[in-house]
Design a protein around this ligand. Structure first.
Ligand SMILES: Nc1ncnc2c1ncn2[C@@H]1O[C@H](COP(=O)(O)OP(=O)(O)OP(=O)(O)O)[C@@H](O)[C@H]1O
Length: 369
């Protein structure tokens, strides 16, 4: 447990970087510091490993005032990951990861073996260990940064905007990887970001900072979206927080219909009676992978005997996974679908059914009211 007790940082020029911070970071959880630029997130984070000394107040780790700890020893128990990884350019990837164990006197062979294991843990091919940092993509470098921070197996991990320099797709992949790692490792993570979506995705608890280094709200992601403490937090979490909240409700509450789903070896006359009542039919192959949408109008002039596989279909858009996705993913799937309907699949990508906008609307009202 990390506790800030009235911790403040004032600079001689009068800047109040952090004002009287009282906050407890729970062991084994991910706590996210989020807020606009200059609101004191990084300063607060760096108080934890004594890179910044508070001008007032106290920071404790497991009850011990960190001023009573030797900074070098303290930092051995605290991994630190920064934006753009901060790798040593003239060391191979493997030696970058092995930096701390080597400093602590671990024999080179053992340190490199451990580094190779860590590469696998963060989703990198250990064969990349012989490369130089500049020979990796930005996302791969961030993974190396995470592996390096984990090398001494510290109970605490500080992450300062670690994923902000990579593109959104890579960023989502890195977030997924961190969620997976955290399931396994249960470190005490403090993560700084500007991005409320990232905070909601990764945080067990979120601390929202406001300009002037004040804590505006400290809550679970769901509480933050449901019940923002004031106008500042409401503005910061965004006026679309209603839609964001849907990420906390599972898509499996939806009722899916499969009476409009047809395998593509059927003939047009087998489906005409359904098409008379439904504007869109979903065609799947014999493995139940989605093929595309057929509109009722597109069947009008098609002679009998033609198989569905011979017809042009409209792209099915993107699917949602019923067991693991949220209502937000289902809504997204419906909104982006040319048919205005969401396609629900199982974890192997087989179609379980479709959800119409009416069904979706009814489910949204019932869970969020
Ligand atoms: N050495 C310093 N001297 C004076 N002011 C400083 C110093 N270091 C930081 N500050 C100020 O303290 C405030 C908080 O900075 P901090 O880096 O903690 O903010 P942040 O929320 O992490 O911002 P960002 O998201 O832009 O990184 C800022 O106004 C910054 O300019």
């Amino acid at each position: 447990m990390i506790t800030f007790e009235g911790a403040a940082k004032h600079y001689p020029d009068g800047t109040v970087a952090v004002a009287d911070l009282d906050l407890t970071v729970e062991t084994g959880q991910t706590t996210v510091f989020v807020g606009p630029s200059g609101s004191g997130k990084t300063t607060s984070l760096r108080m934890i490993n004594r890179m910044v000394e508070p001008t007032r107040g106290t920071v404790r780790i497991d009850g011990v005032d960190i001023r009573d700890r030797d900074p070098a020893l303290l930092r051995r128990g605290i991994g630190y990951v920064i934006q753009q990884a901060g790798l040593f350019p003239h060391r191979t990837v493997l030696d970058n990861i092995a930096t701390v164990p080597l400093l602590l006197g671990t024999p080179r062979r053992a340190a490199r073996a451990r580094a190779a294991e860590l590469m696998e843990l963060v989703g990198l091919d250990p064969a990349m260990g012989r490369r130089w940092p500049h020979q990796l993509s930005g996302g791969q470098q961030q993974r190396v940064g995470v592996a390096r921070a984990l090398a001494a197996d510290p109970p605490v991990l500080l992450m300062d905007e670690p994923f902000s320099a990579v593109d959104p797709v890579v960023r989502t992949g890195l977030q997924d990887e961190l969620l997976r790692l955290q399931q396994e490792l249960r470190k005490t993570i403090v993560f700084v970001t500007h991005d409320i979506d990232e905070a909601v995705r990764l945080g067990d608890r979120i601390a929202v900072f406001r300009p002037g280094g004040e804590l505006a709200q400290y809550d679970s992601p769901e509480r933050l979206l449901t019940d923002p403490a004031d106008d500042f937090v409401e503005g910061f979490v965004g006026h679309d927080r209603g839609v964001r909240r849907l990420s906390f409700f599972p898509a499996r509450v939806l009722s899916l219909r499969d009476d409009v789903v047809f395998e593509d070896d059927l003939k047009v006359e087998d489906v005409r009676h359904i098409a008379a009542e439904h504007p869109w039919l979903l065609v799947v192959d014999t493995e139940r992978s989605p093929v595309g949408w057929l509109s009722d109008r597109s069947l009008v002039d098609v002679p009998s005997g033609i198989r569905l596989s011979e017809l042009d279909t409209v792209p099915f858009g993107h699917t949602f996974t019923v067991e693991t996705d949220s209502l937000r993913a289902a809504l997204d799937s419906a909104v982006l679908s040319p048919a205005g309907r969401a396609v629900g699949v199982d974890v192997d990508g087989r179609v379980l059914g479709v959800v119409t906008q009416d069904d979706l609307g009814a489910a949204l009202w019932s869970v969020t009211e």
